[in-house]
Design a protein around this ligand. Structure first.
Ligand code: S3P
Length: 447
């Protein structure tokens, strides 16, 4: 990464130092492609028989892991002209080639869990693994239902941890119930069902992100929804239709809260995915009193797309219900910044899933935000923030978690003095140009 420096925005290899932002930010921005839709686009394209063009693919390390994985399984992928357009030549629904070695999914939970669903339903042997963070994350949630559906999966700690060895099979249709509020687990089972013979039924009581369901419909994979149950009739090969990836609302959330952190600011974020299972953070910020306008502008591949316009104003504390958490699971860290700025108490209920992310985000949030002067604590499964907390610049750690690094950077805009964030380079996981965009909108000379 190039060295960049200015009195208030210094970017070096080991840390970024960000000073308080006084000047109002008035800008319009576009976000990089949605991470969840990018992973799904690559995996589904890799199972089509004809070439698929993907426009707007996120160019990040996590999506790079999925790209490398489908190549190992025999798909071909090349960039066309513009940097975020790709052509994928898939292998057809039965066509994956056994990989010669382990498939390394890097830091990406989405890659490993979705891929495990596909590999379990492919009659061949595979090994999947990842970096030290991913090797600590729970895998039993996919191993258990896939083993019950007929595949053989072995892993460390009795199948709870990576690496996993997968002896896949031609699966028959299955029924399963998913207790975790996880879209990754649901998608792993939907992908396995797409490759299985007959009608599979997948039940999940929590409402989690539904990009896979929308893409199945768009690509002609038979799917019906009956209450909390999804029925998939397989085997069904996805059609080779062009895919367009909208901007990532999870990335937009950092800039929406940045506008709320700096008096006088107005930030317009264009062409974002407005899927209701993803924009719970907008509803929470609106409940906190924030002025955020949603302007729908179009549709692509079954997703609604539009702009988010956020203006600075006073915020008040709110209760975030456990049932809302899946719609904002990745945004809790940046919503905690908004809670620090708000008048009164904010309580996020039922946030235990945050302990299973790239790091234990509950512990990381309490530790790092406390270091900046926030009144924040975790009680059982709740996270409580008492605002307004005057934030002060400090030396803080990302815990190698991209969303922690970006949330701390937003907090730095509102904190007195200078905040130094160590281990900031992990933003490459979902948003490689985050610091360039932040420096630009804050009018700093990032050199
Ligand atoms: C994702 C689902 C969520 C989210 C992750 C992406 C997906 O994970 O945190 O960033 O693309 O399905 P869980 O399914 O573990 O909640």
């Amino acid at each position: 990464m190039p060295r960049k420096s200015s009195p208030l925005f210094q970017l070096t290899d080991s840390s970024v130092r960000i000073g308080r932002q006084i000047r109002p930010m008035e800008v319009a921005l576009e976000m990089p492609g949605d991470k969840s839709i990018s992973h799904r686009s690559l995996l589904l394209a890799s199972l089509a028989s004809e070439p698929v063009r993907i426009e707007g693919l996120l160019g990040s390390a996590d999506v790079g892991s999925t790209l490398a994985a489908i190549r190992k399984l025999g798909a071909r992928a090349r960039r066309t002209g513009e940097s975020d357009c790709w052509m994928i030549q898939g292998r057809g629904i039965e066509g994956y080639r056994e990989a010669e070695g382990p498939i390394d999914c890097g830091n990406s939970g989405t890659t490993v869990r979705l891929l495990t669903g596909l590999l379990a339903a492919s009659p061949m042997f595979s090994i999947v693994t990842g970096d030290s963070s991913l090797r600590r994350r729970p895998m039993a949630r996919v191993v258990r239902p896939l083993a019950a559906a007929g595949a053989t999966l072995l892993g460390r700690d009795g199948g709870r941890l990576l690496p996993l060895a997968i002896q896949g099979c031609r699966m028959n249709a299955f029924d399963c119930e998913i207790p975790e509020p996880s879209a990754q687990v649901k998608t792993a089972m939907l992908l396995a069902a797409m490759k299985s013979s007959g009608v599979s039924r997948i039940t999940q009581e929590s409402r989690t992100r539904d990009h896979t369901e929308r893409m199945f419909r768009y690509l002609g994979v038979p799917l019906t929804k009956r209450g909390a149950t999804l029925e998939v009739t397989g085997p069904a090969e996805p059609r080779a239709r062009e895919l367009q990836v909208p901007g990532d609302p999870s990335s937009a959330a950092f800039f929406a809260v940045a506008a709320l952190a700096v008096p006088g600011s107005r930030i317009e974020i264009r062409r974002v995915c407005l899927n209701p299972t993803r924009i719970g953070f907008v509803k929470v910020l609106q409940r906190m009193g924030a002025s955020i306008q949603i302007r729908k502008t179009g549709e692509a591949c079954g997703e609604t797309i539009g702009d988010l316009i956020t203006e600075h104003g006073p915020l008040r504390g709110v209760v975030v219900r456990a049932a809302e958490i899946p719609s904002l699971v990745d945004e809790v860290p940046v919503l905690a910044v908004a809670a620090c700025l708000a008048e009164g108490l904010t309580r996020f209920r039922g946030i235990s899933e945050l302990r299973t992310k790239e790091t234990d985000r509950v512990a990381a949030l309490v530790r790092e935000f406390s270091a900046m002067g926030a009144a924040i604590e975790a009680i059982d499964d709740d996270l409580i923030v008492r605002g307004p907390s005057p934030l002060t610049g400090a030396s803080v750690e990302s815990h190698h978690d991209h969303r922690m690094a970006m949330s701390l950077s937003v907090a730095a805009l509102a904190a007195s003095g200078v905040t130094e964030i160590l281990g900031h380079r992990c933003v490459k996981i979902s948003f490689p140009h985050f610091f360039d965009q932040l420096a630009e909108i804050s009018g700093r000379t990032a050199q």
